[in-house]
Design a protein. Structure first.
Length: 379
């Protein structure tokens, strides 16, 4: 078979030759030039990386990789993706004003679920956990206030499918309730209102409902569309109804993901643990995360040596919507940052280094640039 010439491949892929040359050098580990010849498997690999399906047509002696990335191949890839889409559990974020009972509600949900007693003392803080209710899995996020939520959103990583807005029945809507509502609306997630503290004296659900109507999120029994569930996190009442409503909402959303893809997802929180180094709790959004995977997350990377479930058990793999703890990162990844699996640890390290250099360069440029004066300052 006649060889494939770098120049021809560049033309076919629509890439600048120098760009391709560096790709080829990396792929083969040697020096390459514009007239270098390539083995077909190497050319295929490079083409694939750019989303092309390489088709080599040998016409006599002359070789030209044919036009490759066509709408057709793209459609094929998408079709494959569609075929692999599988239902996944919903990811639910609990939001609301300070002290309205977010953490208590999360505890109540978990207690209702672990009545079997597997998790005796639920004292330690867990950023994300998964429960099973009526045979279906649900993933909950405990966010310290809505700051984390908006941070995640700002990074374009919408992990949340459903927001549960907790409103204390005695207080009603408060400034942070409104802020949380705004965030949830901006993120375009389904909203369910949990009217908490129904057990306290002075609980006034009608007032909360009228406040909802004023905010254009009228409850269902007021002719609106917002599912509203009265609960008491302390007494545990209404928790099952809330879970049922969440499941119902999740069904409507028809949430799906491709478990066969390379794993990717979002960091929920991270910390340095003595003896374990940098630990990150992540949620897998796509693909299946496995022990042995090489991950890159911004400037940090890791080769997964062990995965831990929200219950602290060691697991082999994590499918979409599963919260999982990963230890042994090269540094501490930021919450809200996205991670993805790459082909090997070397690649992960290289990408992390590149990201670091970019950040450093940006920082230098930002420091060197004269500060712009705003119009307001001028007046
Ligand atoms: P922050 O994380 O500080 O924003 O608070 P939070 O929204 O997580 O509230 P948390 O669950 O910490 O509850 C605040 C207080 O309200 C605690 O003293 C709880 O015991 C109390 N509380 C929460 N839910 C209920 C409830 O349903 N009934 C009653 N009576 N008290 C509740
Ligand atoms: Mg709390």
């Amino acid at each position: 078979k006649p060889p494939i010439i770098v120049r021809d491949l560049a033309v076919a892929l629509g890439l600048k030759p120098f760009k391709l040359i560096s790709e080829v050098s990396q792929a083969t580990g040697g020096f390459a030039g514009i007239n270098s010849s390539l083995d077909e498997p190497v050319a295929m690999k490079i083409a694939e990386k750019y989303g092309f399906l390489l088709e080599v047509k040998h016409r006599g002696e002359a070789v030209a990789p044919q036009k490759v990335k066509t709408a057709d191949t793209k459609a094929k890839i998408e079709e494959e993706e569609q075929k692999n889409l599988t239902p996944r559990p919903p990811v639910i974020c609990i939001l609301g004003h300070v002290d309205h009972g977010k953490t208590s509600l999360l505890d109540a949900i978990r207690k209702a679920n672990v009545a079997s007693g597997e998790a005796g003392g639920i004292t330690q803080h867990i950023g994300a956990y998964q429960i099973e209710f009526q045979g279906k899995k649900l993933t909950f996020l405990d966010t310290p206030g809505h700051a984390a939520f908006s941070k995640m959103r700002a990074r374009g990583a919408d992990v949340t499918d459903i927001a549960v807005l907790v409103v204390a029945a005695d207080d009603g809507f408060m400034p942070q309730t409104d802020e949380a509502l705004k965030h949830a609306q901006n993120a375009d997630v389904a909203i369910i209102v949990a009217v908490n503290k129904m057990d306290v004296k002075g609980a006034n659900i009608e007032q909360v409902k009228s406040q909802m109507q004023q905010r254009n999120i009228a409850p269902e029994d007021w002719g609106g569309e917002t599912i509203t569930v009265p609960v008491s996190a302390i007494k545990g009442t209404g928790v099952d109804q809330l879970l049922e409503m969440i499941l119902l909402q999740a069904e409507v959303l028809e949430l799906k993901a491709n478990p066969k893809a390379e794993a990717s997802g979002v960091v929920i929180e991270s910390e340095i643990e003595i003896g374990r180094g940098s630990v990150a709790t992540v949620i897998v959004q796509r693909g299946t995360l496995r022990v042995g995977d090489a991950l890159v997350c911004g400037q940090h990377w890791t080769r997964v040596k062990a995965l831990f479930s929200d219950k602290g058990e060691q697991i082999k793999e994590a499918t979409p919507s599963t919260p999982v703890r990963i230890i042994g990162w090269s540094g501490t990844p930021d919450s809200g940052a996205t991670f993805r699996a790459v082909k090997n640890p070397r690649e992960a390290e290289r990408l992390a280094e590149e990201a670091e250099q970019r950040t450093r360069k940006e920082a230098t440029v930002a420091a060197a640039e004269p500060k712009e004066v705003s119009v307001e300052q001028l007046f």
